[in-house]
Design a protein around this ligand. Sequence first.
Ligand code: 0X9
Ligand code: ZN
Length: 306
Amino acid sequence: MSYYERYHPLEEIYEWINKTTHDHSDMVKVILIGSSYEKRPLYVLKLSGKGGTQPKRAMWIDCGIHAREWISQAFCLWFVQYSVEYYNHIPDITEILDNMDVYVLPVMNPDGYKYTWTTKRMWRKNRSRQPGSYCVGTDLNRNFDANWCTVGSSNRACDDTYCGQFPESEPESEAVANFLRSHKETMKLYLSIHSYSQMLLFPYSYTYEEADNHEELNELAKEAAMNIRRHYRSFYKFGAGAKTIYLAPGGSDDWAYNLGIKYSFTFELQDKGRYGFLLPPELIPNACNEALTAVKTIALGVIKKT
Ligand code: 0X9
Ligand code: ZN
Protein backbone atom coordinates (compact mmCIF):
# COMPACT_ATOMS: atom_id res chain seq x y z
CA MET A 1 0.00 0.00 0.00
CA SER A 2 1.53 3.32 -1.05
CA TYR A 3 1.97 6.43 1.05
CA TYR A 4 -0.96 8.03 -0.76
CA GLU A 5 -3.36 5.21 0.08
CA ARG A 6 -3.22 6.05 3.77
CA TYR A 7 -4.28 9.01 5.91
CA HIS A 8 -1.46 10.93 7.57
CA PRO A 9 -1.25 12.92 10.77
CA LEU A 10 -0.38 16.61 10.48
CA GLU A 11 3.33 16.23 11.32
CA GLU A 12 3.74 13.68 8.54
CA ILE A 13 2.06 16.03 6.07
CA TYR A 14 4.51 18.81 7.02
CA GLU A 15 7.38 16.35 6.43
CA TRP A 16 5.82 15.36 3.13
CA ILE A 17 5.64 19.03 2.07
CA ASN A 18 9.32 19.39 2.87
CA LYS A 19 10.35 16.24 1.02
CA THR A 20 8.18 16.93 -2.01
CA THR A 21 9.55 20.45 -2.48
CA HIS A 22 13.12 19.13 -2.14
CA ASP A 23 12.70 16.12 -4.41
CA HIS A 24 10.91 18.14 -7.12
CA SER A 25 12.50 21.55 -6.76
CA ASP A 26 12.21 22.08 -10.54
CA MET A 27 8.39 21.95 -10.37
CA VAL A 28 7.35 22.62 -6.79
CA LYS A 29 7.88 25.71 -4.66
CA VAL A 30 6.57 26.20 -1.15
CA ILE A 31 4.94 29.49 -0.09
CA LEU A 32 4.07 30.37 3.50
CA ILE A 33 0.77 32.28 3.28
CA GLY A 34 0.12 32.74 7.00
CA SER A 35 -0.40 30.75 10.15
CA SER A 36 -3.28 29.17 11.99
CA TYR A 37 -4.84 30.33 15.26
CA GLU A 38 -2.47 28.03 17.15
CA LYS A 39 0.42 29.37 15.05
CA ARG A 40 0.97 26.44 12.74
CA PRO A 41 2.25 27.34 9.27
CA LEU A 42 -0.11 27.42 6.29
CA TYR A 43 1.97 26.17 3.36
CA VAL A 44 0.89 26.41 -0.26
CA LEU A 45 2.66 24.36 -2.92
CA LYS A 46 3.07 26.09 -6.26
CA LEU A 47 3.25 23.58 -9.11
CA SER A 48 4.51 24.80 -12.48
CA GLY A 49 5.37 23.21 -15.79
CA LYS A 50 8.01 24.53 -18.14
CA GLY A 51 5.98 25.11 -21.29
CA GLY A 52 3.18 27.51 -22.13
CA THR A 53 3.09 31.25 -22.57
CA GLN A 54 3.83 33.99 -20.04
CA PRO A 55 2.35 35.52 -17.98
CA LYS A 56 0.88 32.30 -16.64
CA ARG A 57 -2.71 31.88 -15.65
CA ALA A 58 -3.25 30.19 -12.30
CA MET A 59 -5.64 27.96 -10.40
CA TRP A 60 -6.08 27.25 -6.71
CA ILE A 61 -7.00 24.07 -4.80
CA ASP A 62 -7.56 24.04 -1.04
CA CYS A 63 -8.10 20.95 1.06
CA GLY A 64 -9.08 20.45 4.64
CA ILE A 65 -11.13 23.57 5.38
CA HIS A 66 -13.12 21.14 7.53
CA ALA A 67 -10.97 19.08 9.87
CA ARG A 68 -12.82 15.75 9.82
CA GLU A 69 -13.10 15.44 6.03
CA TRP A 70 -9.90 13.42 5.79
CA ILE A 71 -10.31 12.38 2.17
CA SER A 72 -9.91 16.06 1.32
CA GLN A 73 -6.39 16.47 2.73
CA ALA A 74 -5.54 13.07 1.24
CA PHE A 75 -6.67 14.33 -2.16
CA CYS A 76 -4.33 17.32 -2.14
CA LEU A 77 -1.38 14.99 -1.52
CA TRP A 78 -2.64 12.66 -4.23
CA PHE A 79 -2.99 15.52 -6.71
CA VAL A 80 0.50 16.88 -6.08
CA GLN A 81 2.01 13.40 -6.40
CA TYR A 82 0.11 12.78 -9.64
CA SER A 83 1.31 16.13 -11.02
CA VAL A 84 5.00 15.56 -10.30
CA GLU A 85 4.87 11.94 -11.45
CA TYR A 86 2.98 12.42 -14.69
CA TYR A 87 3.92 15.90 -15.89
CA ASN A 88 5.46 15.36 -19.35
CA HIS A 89 4.17 11.78 -19.39
CA ILE A 90 0.39 12.18 -19.51
CA PRO A 91 -1.02 14.81 -21.91
CA ASP A 92 -3.86 16.25 -19.79
CA ILE A 93 -1.84 17.09 -16.66
CA THR A 94 1.01 18.32 -18.88
CA GLU A 95 -1.34 20.70 -20.68
CA ILE A 96 -2.71 21.94 -17.38
CA LEU A 97 0.70 22.60 -15.81
CA ASP A 98 2.06 24.17 -19.00
CA ASN A 99 -0.78 26.65 -19.07
CA MET A 100 -1.47 27.28 -15.40
CA ASP A 101 0.44 27.55 -12.17
CA VAL A 102 -1.41 25.38 -9.69
CA TYR A 103 -1.45 26.55 -6.07
CA VAL A 104 -2.30 23.77 -3.61
CA LEU A 105 -3.06 24.31 0.07
CA PRO A 106 -3.08 20.75 1.49
CA VAL A 107 -4.29 21.59 5.01
CA MET A 108 -6.21 24.84 5.40
CA ASN A 109 -7.21 24.01 8.98
CA PRO A 110 -4.16 22.39 10.61
CA ASP A 111 -5.30 22.98 14.22
CA GLY A 112 -8.62 21.26 13.58
CA TYR A 113 -6.95 18.44 11.66
CA LYS A 114 -4.53 17.81 14.49
CA TYR A 115 -7.48 17.76 16.91
CA THR A 116 -9.28 15.11 14.84
CA TRP A 117 -6.24 12.84 15.25
CA THR A 118 -5.64 13.44 18.95
CA THR A 119 -8.98 14.15 20.57
CA LYS A 120 -12.17 14.23 18.56
CA ARG A 121 -12.39 12.55 15.17
CA MET A 122 -15.60 14.38 14.17
CA TRP A 123 -14.31 17.96 14.75
CA ARG A 124 -15.17 20.32 11.89
CA LYS A 125 -14.15 23.90 12.76
CA ASN A 126 -10.81 25.55 13.50
CA ARG A 127 -9.67 25.85 17.15
CA SER A 128 -9.98 29.57 17.90
CA ARG A 129 -11.14 30.75 21.33
CA GLN A 130 -14.22 32.97 21.41
CA PRO A 131 -14.59 35.85 23.87
CA GLY A 132 -17.39 35.23 26.34
CA SER A 133 -17.82 31.57 25.43
CA TYR A 134 -16.27 28.32 26.50
CA CYS A 135 -17.01 26.89 23.07
CA VAL A 136 -14.15 26.65 20.62
CA GLY A 137 -13.85 27.09 16.89
CA THR A 138 -15.26 28.91 13.87
CA ASP A 139 -16.49 27.22 10.70
CA LEU A 140 -13.94 28.51 8.17
CA ASN A 141 -16.45 27.90 5.37
CA ARG A 142 -18.87 30.37 6.98
CA ASN A 143 -16.21 32.99 7.75
CA PHE A 144 -15.74 34.54 4.28
CA ASP A 145 -17.25 37.84 3.25
CA ALA A 146 -20.12 36.54 1.14
CA ASN A 147 -23.47 37.42 2.71
CA TRP A 148 -21.67 36.54 5.93
CA CYS A 149 -23.59 35.08 8.88
CA THR A 150 -27.06 35.06 7.34
CA VAL A 151 -29.43 32.08 7.07
CA GLY A 152 -27.51 28.80 6.78
CA SER A 153 -24.88 29.68 9.37
CA SER A 154 -24.93 30.37 13.08
CA ASN A 155 -23.86 33.25 15.32
CA ARG A 156 -23.54 30.93 18.33
CA ALA A 157 -19.96 29.93 19.10
CA CYS A 158 -21.00 26.44 20.21
CA ASP A 159 -22.52 25.54 16.82
CA ASP A 160 -20.72 23.65 14.09
CA THR A 161 -21.56 26.32 11.51
CA TYR A 162 -20.50 29.28 13.68
CA CYS A 163 -19.61 32.17 11.36
CA GLY A 164 -17.01 33.83 13.62
CA GLN A 165 -16.88 37.35 15.02
CA PHE A 166 -16.65 39.08 11.64
CA PRO A 167 -15.73 38.10 8.05
CA GLU A 168 -12.13 36.82 7.92
CA SER A 169 -11.90 36.96 11.72
CA GLU A 170 -9.95 33.70 11.54
CA PRO A 171 -6.27 33.70 10.54
CA GLU A 172 -6.83 30.71 8.23
CA SER A 173 -9.57 32.32 6.14
CA GLU A 174 -7.80 35.68 6.20
CA ALA A 175 -4.57 34.12 4.88
CA VAL A 176 -6.40 32.44 2.00
CA ALA A 177 -8.41 35.57 1.18
CA ASN A 178 -5.27 37.73 1.21
CA PHE A 179 -3.43 35.33 -1.07
CA LEU A 180 -6.29 35.14 -3.55
CA ARG A 181 -6.77 38.92 -3.52
CA SER A 182 -3.10 39.43 -4.32
CA HIS A 183 -3.29 36.91 -7.21
CA LYS A 184 -6.72 37.78 -8.55
CA GLU A 185 -5.43 39.05 -11.91
CA THR A 186 -4.04 35.64 -12.88
CA MET A 187 -6.28 33.33 -10.84
CA LYS A 188 -8.86 31.80 -13.20
CA LEU A 189 -10.12 28.81 -11.25
CA TYR A 190 -10.86 28.24 -7.57
CA LEU A 191 -11.44 24.72 -6.22
CA SER A 192 -12.25 23.73 -2.65
CA ILE A 193 -12.23 20.05 -1.68
CA HIS A 194 -14.65 18.69 0.93
CA SER A 195 -16.53 15.52 1.77
CA TYR A 196 -18.92 13.82 1.76
CA SER A 197 -21.96 13.37 -0.57
CA GLN A 198 -20.47 13.22 -4.09
CA MET A 199 -21.39 16.61 -5.48
CA LEU A 200 -19.78 19.20 -7.72
CA LEU A 201 -21.09 22.55 -6.50
CA PHE A 202 -20.69 26.09 -7.77
CA PRO A 203 -22.00 29.57 -6.79
CA TYR A 204 -24.19 30.62 -5.37
CA SER A 205 -24.65 28.96 -2.00
CA TYR A 206 -25.63 32.14 -0.14
CA THR A 207 -28.61 32.87 -2.38
CA TYR A 208 -30.97 30.96 -4.66
CA GLU A 209 -30.17 33.46 -7.43
CA GLU A 210 -28.16 32.17 -10.35
CA ALA A 211 -24.58 33.28 -10.99
CA ASP A 212 -23.97 35.33 -14.17
CA ASN A 213 -22.26 32.42 -15.89
CA HIS A 214 -24.48 29.73 -14.36
CA GLU A 215 -24.86 27.89 -17.69
CA GLU A 216 -21.12 27.75 -18.22
CA LEU A 217 -20.45 26.51 -14.68
CA ASN A 218 -23.19 23.93 -15.03
CA GLU A 219 -21.75 22.63 -18.31
CA LEU A 220 -18.28 22.26 -16.80
CA ALA A 221 -19.64 20.46 -13.73
CA LYS A 222 -21.84 18.25 -15.91
CA GLU A 223 -18.90 17.25 -18.09
CA ALA A 224 -16.84 16.45 -14.98
CA ALA A 225 -19.64 14.36 -13.47
CA MET A 226 -20.11 12.51 -16.78
CA ASN A 227 -16.40 11.69 -16.95
CA ILE A 228 -16.47 10.38 -13.37
CA ARG A 229 -19.40 8.15 -14.24
CA ARG A 230 -17.79 6.87 -17.40
CA HIS A 231 -14.46 6.03 -15.77
CA TYR A 232 -15.48 4.99 -12.26
CA ARG A 233 -19.24 4.30 -12.38
CA SER A 234 -19.83 6.69 -9.48
CA PHE A 235 -22.68 9.13 -9.44
CA TYR A 236 -21.94 12.80 -8.63
CA LYS A 237 -24.71 15.38 -8.46
CA PHE A 238 -23.89 18.86 -9.73
CA GLY A 239 -25.43 22.31 -9.52
CA ALA A 240 -25.50 25.61 -7.67
CA GLY A 241 -24.80 25.10 -3.97
CA ALA A 242 -27.99 26.62 -2.53
CA LYS A 243 -30.29 24.45 -4.64
CA THR A 244 -28.18 21.30 -4.70
CA ILE A 245 -27.08 20.97 -1.07
CA TYR A 246 -28.36 23.84 1.08
CA LEU A 247 -28.28 27.57 1.64
CA ALA A 248 -24.94 28.38 3.29
CA PRO A 249 -23.41 31.88 3.34
CA GLY A 250 -19.81 32.92 4.05
CA GLY A 251 -18.28 30.17 1.91
CA SER A 252 -14.92 30.41 0.20
CA ASP A 253 -16.30 29.47 -3.22
CA ASP A 254 -18.91 32.27 -3.30
CA TRP A 255 -16.38 34.76 -1.97
CA ALA A 256 -13.77 33.78 -4.59
CA TYR A 257 -16.44 34.05 -7.28
CA ASN A 258 -17.41 37.56 -6.20
CA LEU A 259 -13.73 38.52 -6.09
CA GLY A 260 -13.72 37.85 -9.84
CA ILE A 261 -12.62 34.22 -10.11
CA LYS A 262 -15.50 33.27 -12.39
CA TYR A 263 -14.82 29.54 -12.28
CA SER A 264 -15.30 28.52 -8.69
CA PHE A 265 -16.29 25.08 -7.40
CA THR A 266 -16.62 23.09 -4.21
CA PHE A 267 -16.26 19.32 -4.58
CA GLU A 268 -17.83 16.97 -2.09
CA LEU A 269 -15.95 13.71 -2.50
CA GLN A 270 -16.97 10.15 -1.50
CA ASP A 271 -18.98 8.68 -0.16
CA LYS A 272 -22.76 9.08 -0.06
CA GLY A 273 -23.14 8.26 3.62
CA ARG A 274 -22.20 4.63 4.15
CA TYR A 275 -18.99 5.64 5.93
CA GLY A 276 -19.42 9.40 5.69
CA PHE A 277 -16.39 11.26 7.04
CA LEU A 278 -14.87 7.93 8.14
CA LEU A 279 -14.06 6.78 4.61
CA PRO A 280 -11.84 3.69 4.93
CA PRO A 281 -8.33 4.04 3.50
CA GLU A 282 -9.06 1.29 0.95
CA LEU A 283 -11.40 3.74 -0.74
CA ILE A 284 -8.84 6.56 -1.01
CA PRO A 285 -7.56 5.63 -4.50
CA ASN A 286 -11.00 5.53 -6.06
CA ALA A 287 -12.19 8.69 -4.33
CA CYS A 288 -9.06 10.59 -5.36
CA ASN A 289 -9.12 9.35 -8.94
CA GLU A 290 -12.69 10.53 -9.28
CA ALA A 291 -11.79 13.94 -7.90
CA LEU A 292 -8.75 14.08 -10.15
CA THR A 293 -10.97 13.42 -13.17
CA ALA A 294 -13.18 16.33 -12.16
CA VAL A 295 -10.22 18.66 -11.53
CA LYS A 296 -8.68 17.84 -14.91
CA THR A 297 -11.96 18.14 -16.83
CA ILE A 298 -12.73 21.53 -15.33
CA ALA A 299 -9.17 22.89 -15.53
CA LEU A 300 -8.87 21.93 -19.22
CA GLY A 301 -12.26 23.52 -19.84
CA VAL A 302 -11.17 26.75 -18.16
CA ILE A 303 -7.87 26.80 -20.12
CA LYS A 304 -9.91 26.67 -23.36
CA LYS A 305 -12.15 29.52 -22.25
CA THR A 306 -9.68 31.99 -20.73
O1 0X9 B 1 -21.41 23.22 4.32
C1 0X9 B 1 -20.32 23.31 3.76
O2 0X9 B 1 -19.47 24.13 4.06
C2 0X9 B 1 -20.00 22.33 2.61
N1 0X9 B 1 -20.49 21.01 2.93
S1 0X9 B 1 -19.71 20.14 4.09
O3 0X9 B 1 -20.48 18.94 4.36
N2 0X9 B 1 -18.29 19.67 3.53
O4 0X9 B 1 -19.53 20.97 5.25
C3 0X9 B 1 -20.66 22.82 1.34
C4 0X9 B 1 -20.11 24.12 0.85
C5 0X9 B 1 -20.80 24.66 -0.37
N3 0X9 B 1 -20.45 26.04 -0.60
C6 0X9 B 1 -20.88 27.04 0.20
N4 0X9 B 1 -21.70 26.84 1.17
N5 0X9 B 1 -20.46 28.25 -0.09
ZN1 ZN C 1 -16.60 20.47 4.35
